[in-house]
Design a binder for this molecule. Structure first.
Ligand code: TXD
Length: 309
């Protein structure tokens, strides 16, 4: 049985980290694509030379030619500009929209059967663009944000309580912006509701830090945004697809009336298996939760409605 194939469109900070993680896990062969001459080829060769140390026999190829992504099972898209200090994710819209249209057209032509995971910001608008321009089924296109945001929430809870991250579950929904919706009611530590373990003040502080976590890292790095955690998040999604794990993960998925929302991509709990986004797990929200989700959805809708596709 031949190995699966993952193509990475964008060989920058996240792209390189994605390629390394795939290599170490021997998840699939990798094609690393970028428009910069030499960048993907250099990173691919470097990773090929690391394989003996990780006992990994996957093939990693760097390329500037879209033809090389032919036959991909998964395509992960990080092409685009990243934030600099003082920028919002929305500030990237116009430049990354142009890039995303180009990328989507090439994926449609060269990898029409691939499961597409979009990472580029502003995420909810970019994944919407990907699906509209490719015309792929909505089950075949998904955005990575909620897995990252939920991981950040879980990490902050574990740090505060001094417990293993393994025993903290959390769900962050909505758009990938400062108005994302950590659903505190669903957070549990070893099955114990978070609200029984931390004061409301500490919970509010963790919610806020989660919502601003991307900007916190941009402010520290000054030259770009987070890349270790976004890469880990997207690999979790890709693995669930390739191994048909049917993980329940918060992802930017196309809504068709779920949670009373329709026609756009925002973060909701989905099942990812061999058929892609196989279903959206809807649940009864409190009035406050619904109001927060509606607010975050409205922000995404406003941003997307400004796009001329
Ligand atoms: O949770 C999330 N979804 C976010 C997403 C988490 C962190 C970062 N987020 C966004 O991912 C970030 O705001 C950016 O929009 C993307 C990629 O972030 P990264 O840190 O990897 O950016 P880099 O290092 O600048 O890499 C982008 C690469 C770079 O090598 C460019 O040459 C390439 O994209 N690029 C292109 N590749 C293909 N095709 C085109 N047109 C193109 N234009 C630039």
């Amino acid at each position: 049985m031949s190995r699966k194939k993952i193509s990475l469109i964008g060989g920058g900070n996240i792209g390189g980290e994605l390629a390394q993680r795939i290599m170490v896990k021997e998840l699939a062969d990798v094609v690393l694509f970028d428009i910069v001459e030499g960048l993907p080829q250099g990173k691919a060769l470097d990773l090929m030379e690391a394989r003996p140390l990780d006992n990994s026999d996957v093939e990693i190829t760097g390329t500037n030619k879209y033809e090389d992504i032919h036959g991909s099972d998964v395509v992960i898209v990080t092409a685009g500009l990243a934030r600099k200090p003082g920028m919002s994710r929305d500030d990237l819209l116009q430049k990354n929209l142009t890039i995303m249209k180009d990328v989507a057209g090439n994926i449609k032509e060269h990898a029409p059967k691939a499961f597409v995971i979009v990472i580029s910001n502003p995420l909810d608008a970019m994944v919407y663009t990907m699906q509209k321009v490719t015309g792929f089924a909505t089950s075949q296109v998904v955005g990575m944000a909620g897995v990252l945001d939920s991981s950040r929430f879980r990490a902050f809870v574990a740090m505060e309580l001094g417990v293993s991250v393994q025993d903290v579950v959390a769900m962050v929904m909505g758009g990938h912006g400062d108005d994302m919706v950590p659903v505190v009611r669903l957070c549990a530590v070893g099955g114990i509701p978070l609200t029984e373990l931390l004061s409301q003040e500490k919970i509010d502080a963790i919610v806020k830090r989660t919502q601003m976590a991307g900007g916190e890292i941009v402010g520290l790095l000054k030259t770009g945004s987070a890349y270790f955690s976004p890469a880990a998040s997207a690999i979790t999604m890709a693995e669930s697809y390739l191994k048909d794990k049917k993980r329940v993960l918060p992802c930017a998925a196309h809504l068709n009336g779920e949670f009373g929302l329709d026609g756009y991509f925002v973060g909701v709990p989905v099942v990812i298996g061999a058929k892609g986004v196989q279903k959206i797990l809807e649940f009864k929200m409190t009035d406050d939760e619904r109001e927060e989700l509606q607010g975050s959805f409205n922000h995404v809708k406003k941003l997307v409605d400004a796009i001329q596709l």
